[in-house]
Design a protein around this ligand. Structure first.
Ligand SMILES: Nc1ncnc2c1ncn2[C@@H]1O[C@H](COP(=O)(O)OP(=O)(O)OP(=O)(O)O)[C@@H](O)[C@H]1O
Ligand SMILES: Cc1ncc(COP(=O)(O)O)c(N)n1
Length: 288
């Protein structure tokens, strides 16, 4: 167990992201910490890999030695009472084993696993031989996994779901291979709505639907959603409520994404030349 402390009701949750760094600030650790702060939490971060990355794509990955990832986790859990953990990019099999080992030893109360494999740009963020370790060691330790359609297909060893029925079926199949709860994200399906499927621990499937925002600036949506669930779960009554609020936050951040491109003034200003990030802005979340 990590350091045992009981968070008083209403106190800001302390949330740990175990993930890679995205220097462009749209995804990875940077997106996770912005999300934790915007939603009233206190963020900690254990970095698994550095990426050389921009809004145009990933040009390099530098994994941190697995022993040093373990050292960061040991230092943190010995000191800080962690209320929830989000796991993102884990880069390779050795790091996946080190993370699984720490989750088993320190048993944090909430674990959300975003099984990051490939960036939106198509670049690999997980070594192919690490998929087995992700499936056999990390997946059973998570309270919730949040794959996109490609990650679900890879975990199941099957084809990517092509429609709502197949997506729903794959969300259930993921529970059958050992996931406690599944949020299968349908962001890459086409249609006027962005629909995700939440399978709870009793096998019940619930749909979460949001308006599809017309923007090219979707970098970091997956990271933002999983981090939002992790920071919201400790203060929520149940998983469905946490996921529903997290999706509402993400949809708002997507709705504001283009403001980073045009400065909100309608001019042609853009700080980016690629697919820009969603915009985290805590004042747009007045409930916290
Ligand atoms: N244009 C959009 N408008 C509203 N919601 C969206 C849009 N695109 C994706 N989403 C939502 O964003 C979340 C992430 O979904 P997606 O399937 O894109 O995951 P991902 O591939 O892991 O993310 P990323 O696109 O960052 O790689 C889901 O809740 C999805 O429904
Ligand atoms: C360090 C890091 N972690 C995760 C992602 C996935 O995010 P996305 O799917 O939005 O590219 C990323 N691009 N970089």
């Amino acid at each position: 167990m990590g350091r045992a402390v009981t968070r008083p009701p209403g106190h800001p949750p302390v949330v740990l992201s175990i993930a890679g760094s995205d220097p462009s600030g749209g995804a990875g650790i940077q997106a996770d910490l912005k999300t934790f702060s915007a939603l009233g939490g206190y963020g900690c971060a254990v970095i698994t890999a550095l990426t050389a990355q921009s809004t145009r794509g990933v040009s390099g990955v530098f994994p941190i030695p697995a022993g040093f990832v373990a050292e960061q986790l040991d230092a943190l859990f010995a000191d800080v009472g962690i209320d929830a953990v989000k796991v993102g990019m884990i880069a390779n099999a050795e790091i996946a084993r080190a993370v699984a080992d720490a989750l088993r030893r320190y048993a944090p109360p909430v674990v959300v696993l975003d099984p990051v494999m490939v960036a939106t740009s198509g670049d690999r963020l997980l070594a192919p031989d690490a998929e087995d370790v992700m499936r056999s060691e990390l997946l059973p330790l998570a309270d919730l996994i949040t794959p996109n359609l490609d990650e679900a297909a890879a975990l199941l060893g099957t084809q990517r779901a092509a429609d709502a029925d197949e997506t729903r079926a794959q969300s259930l199949a993921l529970r059958a291979i050992g996931a406690r709860r599944v949020l299968l994200k349908g962001g890459h399906l086409v249609g006027p709505e962005a629909t995700d499927y939440l399978v709870d621990s009793d096998g019940r499937v619930q749909e979460l639907t949001a308006e599809r925002i017309d923007t090219a600036n979707t970098h970091g949506t997956g990271c933002t959603l999983s981090s939002a669930v992790a920071v919201l779960r400790p203060g929520a009554d149940d998983w469905f409520t946490a996921v529903q609020e997290a999706k509402a936050y993400l949809t708002t951040a997507l709705r504001h994404a283009d403001e980073l491109m045009i400065g909100g003034t309608g001019t042609d200003y853009s700080p980016y030349s690629g697919h820009g990030p969603v915009h985290h802005f805590s004042a747009m979340w007045p409930r916290r």
